[in-house]
Design a protein around this ligand. Structure first.
Ligand code: PRP
Length: 184
């Protein structure tokens, strides 16, 4: 069944469903080669990473494991506050594990910078990052991203996990939201 949405809400689709699918194929091949023979724990950052996690994990061998963290660095608006706090911690013990953080987007980099420090302090064998999107013009803290999908312009984007006030996460593509949707 096709999803229903109003394309008038968006200025432009910047990453199509096809673009995402092909890029995840490429990234999955790299990850599978890099972790060949190793146990791998994917750590998804709720809620935005749900879509990329689900699609990436299904491109991995069935022994790949998933765990989830919820952290908050945003309010419900469009700007980062710079404050990171844990809303839900991992269930897994990371000691000796190979961990790959899966993110939908790196905006300022504040969330990932903090997460990398936090997870590395838990005794993991390795901690790397995969992110579907990055906004190079918004980055305030550089974070090492081993697997990157797309660099995108510093616009307010929604879809494929990314929300505006909890809406639009389920879109199959990433699009620039029309300012009229979020401006008074
Ligand atoms: C988004 C996104 C990243 C973070 C990136 O999450 O999923 O986790 O912001 O921003 P940063 O690079 O400026 O730190 P958000 O806090 O909006 O929560 P959500 O995933 O539940 O939408």
């Amino acid at each position: 069944m096709d999803q229903q949405f109003d394309m008038d809400d968006f200025t432009k689709v910047i990453v199509s469903e096809n673009d995402i699918s092909r890029k995840l194929d490429d990234i999955a091949l790299q990850i599978r080669a890099d972790y060949d023979g190793e146990d791998l724990l994917l750590v998804g950052v709720l809620k935005g990473a749900v879509m990329v996690m689900a699609d990436l994990a299904r491109r991995m061998p069935p022994t790949v494991q998933m765990d989830w963290m919820a952290v908050s660095s945003y309010g419900s608006g469009t700007k980062s506050s710079g404050v990171v706090r844990i809303l839900k911690d991992l269930d897994a013990d990371l000691s000796g594990r190979h961990v790959l953080i899966v993110e939908d987007i790196i905006d300022t980099g504040i969330t990932l910078h903090w997460l990398l420090g936090n997870l590395r302090s838990r005794g993991a064998a390795s901690v790397e990052v995969a992110s579907l999107l990055r906004k190079p013009d918004a980055v305030q803290v550089d974070v090492p991203v081993k697997y990157l999908g797309f660099d995108i312009p510093n616009e307010f984007v929604v879809g494929y996990g990314l929300d505006y006030a909890e809406n639009y996460r389920t879109l199959p593509f990433v699009a620039i939201l029309k300012p009229s949707v979020y401006e008074d």
